[in-house]
Design a protein around this ligand. Sequence first.
Ligand code: DGL
Length: 294
Amino acid sequence: MIGVFDSGLGGLTVLRSLANRFPDVTFCYLGDHANVPYGNRPSDTIVEFSRRGVEALFARGARLVMLGCNTATAVAARRLQQSWLPGSGWTGYNVLGIVAPTVEAATQTPWAVTTPQYPQKFNSDLIAVFGTTRTITSGVYREEIRKRCPKVEVLQQICAHLAGAIEDEASRDELDGLVKEGVTALLEQTKGGVPDRAILGCTHFPLVDDLFRTHLPPATRILSQPQLVADSLEDYLTRHPHYLGGFHPQPRNLTMLTTGDASEISSRARIFWPDVPQFEAVEIGLLPGARNKG
Ligand code: DGL
């Protein structure tokens, strides 16, 4: 079983892509609706919320958890992988994030390669990145792209209220206004240049990708993060098939968990994914004593 963790509904864009790509794999999704949005929270809080979410998914049988959230990935992935996991007792379990596949696609460079190669070292494209406050201030996209392609210009734009507005089911007009504001602010930074590629660096944003398409210049290609994450996971699971093990507590392929109100979240989720199974409410942080670490 594979776990997918997000602060709220945005990770559904990732889960949906993964569920389509791997129809025989069991997934467990956890949305931390009690604490959404994460994007303007302090880093330590995001790390702690993400750790609790990951651990709750491990405890329910996922050996591998995908942080289906750019904010959690940008702020917490490395800390969880390097500082928490090795001493946590969860031997044989792993956490992945969604920044790496996106940077790989943006730079056409494998994540393991961290220095400029030919022809990447001559790549002088302009890449636009939109994200939450915490994702953008982490600088993770700029840093990881420029390590591999130092001549690429990375322009970043905080869209501080967009994920929250999507979660709150703001009207299309309101969402359109927020997207337009973000794109306009980014284009002001280009001084007339046209971004070659745009990264919608928040898993909520594909839910309004049509609005980004409308406001970005036609020549700007929008990278589809959910699809890139599925491509990357396919490659990862080919190399690490044992992560498909673990126990499957329920006889179905998709288990949907929320720290919020299950019936309210279930009906909101259907706006974004009509066939999404019903959510169940869970309390995370109160972990069951019986961990399966086999
Ligand atoms: N979906 C998340 C992301 O990708 C975060 C949204 C939020 O909780 O602020 O950044």
